[in-house]
Design a protein around this ligand. Structure first.
Ligand code: SF4
Length: 455
């Protein structure tokens, strides 16, 4: 793992005076509780000092709360026009400033939190990911959310992304892209050849003007494949050009460790997730203190929306996992792991329901009902910030009620509208009759006006 001390640093650029942008706060997003500042730690790895700086920034210049993203980044909430620049300076000083000023991705790659520490990896994942990051920074017009997953272990279920660089047979890597029909392998090559090939692929993608690789037409995809072929053939005969769907398994090992304690190569490894992807500055400070106590080499962000800490050899980390249980998810069967919730009311002005409070009530209900794992999304409004994708049960706030949507996404039409108490009551029924039947509109309640679309 490359030391964070070697992370990219930049001086404050001229463009920092432009309205709507400043370093460390690229395109700060307006939300109901102020601006949102995105922090993109290189490879998702923070030193203890950097983590302290993030906590301090959230406390002094935000509202003390942070979100985790599924790309293993952090968002500091509640930033204002007055505090955004001092926050940016604090992050810059900590080595967490922005790396590009053209609106392109501040962080291009996603790797497993334990990349570089896992003996089953067939690649030097951190070195490869850093090389792809460096190559990607030179590509103009790359959409801000472009994502390249780099994985060195075989048989791993890879997260959603635009492009994949994964270990293949005999010291080679396969470069693949997301399409509407699934992952498609483009080229197999040597590890050292991958960065320029990925850069060529991304540059060709940027020229199409699409935002996601899966939006490319068949003709555009063929053009990308030809670009890679041409590049390979300019040097050597192509090793392999495979236009079939990708071979990485969908039912393999998890990309990131589940919450809990495990031992890897003599190290205790703790994985903790933030309930509903939210964490306070005080909780992050606690994690940093624990990392110091167990001699953790770094604080690694996980796409499961949490942290992974690797203790020094021979250090018992089990007591510390128990000590963090009041603020974090520490077991893999915690029902909160299946629930996504946005800020909602009162934090977000677009929300009319207290989504985080109600999500906790739903988790308690699921725990006491001992129901099988359920994907639930509690959204303050139809925008669906926490999970644009479908869930088993999606609840969309409107005028203090929740629209219930079964198996679909927040933008879909709810079957009925209910107060949270009625949602909890129907959840109990779902254990015996199933979700769809439990949340079907019911004539009596329609007469009472409870299932009508609120004004
Ligand atoms: S989904 Fe709506 S209520 Fe929730 S954070 Fe986004 S805009 Fe706010």
């Amino acid at each position: 793992m490359s030391a964070p001390a070697r992370q990219h640093r930049r001086a404050l650029p001229e463009a920092s005076s432009r309205r709507g942008w400043c370093p460390g706060l690229a395109r700060p997003m307006p939300t109901g509780d102020g601006l949102l500042a995105r922090v993109h730690p290189p490879l998702g790895v923070l030193t203890c000092d950097q983590a302290r700086a993030v906590a301090e920034g959230a406390r002094r210049f935000g509202n003390g709360h942070m979100d985790f993203t599924a790309r293993a980044n952090l968002q500091i909430r509640g930033v204002s026009d007055t505090t955004r620049r001092p926050l940016a300076r604090l992050l810059e000083t900590a080595g967490l400033g922005d790396v590009r000023t053209d609106g392109g991705p501040q962080r291009l790659t996603l790797t497993s939190p334990l990349a570089g520490c896992d003996s089953t990896e067939r690649l030097d994942v951190p070195v490869l990911a850093h090389a792809i990051e460096a190559a990607g920074r030179a590509i103009p017009g790359l959409p801000a959310k472009t994502l390249v997953v780099v994985e060195g272990r075989p048989d791993v279920t890879l997260p959603d992304a635009d492009c994949f660089v994964a270990a293949s047979v005999a010291d080679t890597v396969v470069i693949a892209a997301a399409t509407t029909e699934g992952r498609r392998d483009f080229v197999t090559c040597g590890e050292h050849e991958a960065p320029p090939l990925v850069a060529a692929l991304l540059a060709a993608f940027a020229r199409t003007g699409h935002r996601r690789m899966r939006d490319l037409s068949d003709e555009e995809l063929e053009a990308l494949v030809e670009t890679l072929h041409a590049l390979r053939q300019a040097k050597d005969p192509p090793l392999k050009a495979d236009r079939r769907r990708g071979s990485n398994t969908r039912d393999g090992k998890p990309f990131a460790p589940n919450a809990g304690l495990r031992t890897i190569a003599g190290h205790h490894v703790i994985a903790i997730d933030a309930p509903f992807g939210r964490c306070s500055a005080a909780s992050l400070d606690r994690v940093v203190r624990m990392a110091d106590v167990i001699g953790a080499d770094a604080i690694r962000l996980s796409p499961t929306r949490g942290f992974v800490l690797r203790a020094a050899p021979g250090t018992d980390a089990a007591p510390l996992l128990a000590a963090l249980a009041d603020a974090f998810i520490v077991t893999p069967d915690d029902p909160r792991r299946g629930i996504d919730a946005c800020t909602g009311a009162p934090g977000c002005a677009s929300g009319s329901t207290p989504t985080l409070v109600d999500a906790a009530r739903l988790a308690d209900a699921l725990r006491s009902l001992e129901m099988p794992p359920l994907a639930v999304h509690v959204s303050g409004c139809a925008k669906g910030c926490a999970r644009p994708a479908p869930a088993d049960l999606t609840l969309v706030g409107r005028a203090g009620l929740y629209g219930a949507i079964i198996g679909r996404a927040p933008g879909d039409e709810p079957a009925l509208y209910l107060p949270i108490e009625a949602v909890l009551e129907r959840l109990g029924r779902a254990k015996t009759v199933g979700l769809a039947a439990a949340f079907a509109p019911d004539t009596d309640s329609m007469v009472c006006g409870r299932t009508r679309r609120p004004a």
